[in-house]
Write a protein that binds this ligand. Structure first.
Ligand SMILES: Cc1cc2nc3c(=O)[nH]c(=O)nc-3n(C[C@H](O)[C@H](O)[C@H](O)COP(=O)(O)O)c2cc1C
Length: 216
């Protein structure tokens, strides 16, 4: 009888041990599954979150149209905004394209004209992407944009030109600016944007550029 009791006790302890071991295995495999899930979630987050690229929107605007769009662009990307301010402001007389003798007619007739800029961009090296906005003057970017392009080293940076105009397209204006800066700057085609663009239009245009920036 004692022998049977001994065997029964042994079987009970063995069964208890087996059930504890089973429980441990289930717990550790659940923990492993949790870790794998966390890892996958982490990987997915890394793949889908846009890179944190530092963006500058630089613009020149004589009568406010390009300025409004530059402000939309900066707001859409949470970018820094820089106004290219001429040392000598353009008066309405200067902007008279009906006169051959106006300041703009003279500057645009001279490809080597470089109107001076007041101030400068702080730490240009921190920016990876630079949007450059300007009005079309006589089919080209105002010469002050040439001054801007020649004032900094744009090596390795992505440049996105955009312009406003009465009706002219961006034409050769951006290509001509490209020729003024470092060869290894990456130039996007850019576009002429309508003066009636809204914040939403701007965000949609920026999204269409494929720059891995989430615009809003
Ligand atoms: C001197 C001068 C030349 C211009 N030349 C052109 C031109 O060739 N084609 C065009 O469509 N608009 C031309 N425009 C119109 C401007 O491009 C347009 O009004 C632009 O949106 C103004 O931008 P802003 O307000 O930012 O200065 C010219 C304007 C000025 C003052």
């Amino acid at each position: 009888m004692k022998q049977i009791q001994k065997i029964m006790s042994f079987l009970c302890i063995f069964a208890l041990f087996l059930s504890m071991a089973g429980c441990n295995t289930a717990q550790s495999s659940a923990a492993n599954e949790d870790t794998a899930l966390e890892q996958t979630e982490k990987e997915n987050t890394l793949q889908t979150e846009p890179e944190n690229k530092k963006v500058l929107v630089a613009y020149f605007s004589a009568t406010g149209t390009t300025k409004a769009l530059a402000e939309y662009a900066a707001a859409a990307m949470d970018a820094d905004l820089y106004e290219i301010v001429p040392q000598q402001q353009y008066t309405s007389e200067d902007l008279n394209y009906g006169s051959d003798n106006s300041r703009t007619s003279i500057e645009m007739g001279d490809p080597s004209a470089r109107p001076a800029i007041s101030g400068s961009v702080e730490n240009m090296e921190q920016y990876e992407i630079i949007f450059i906005g300007y009005p079309i003057w006589w089919g080209e970017a105002p010469r002050i944009i040439s001054t801007f392009m020649e004032s900094y080293d744009f090596s390795g940076k992505t440049i996105v030109p955009f312009c406003t105009s009465g009706s002219s397209d961006i034409g050769s204006s951006a290509a001509n600016l490209h020729g003024l800066c470092a060869e290894d700057a990456l130039w996007l085609d850019g576009a002429r944007l309508s003066g009636s663009f809204t914040q939403e239009d701007m965000a949609a245009w920026i999204d269409s550029l494929g720059l891995d920036i989430q615009a809003q």
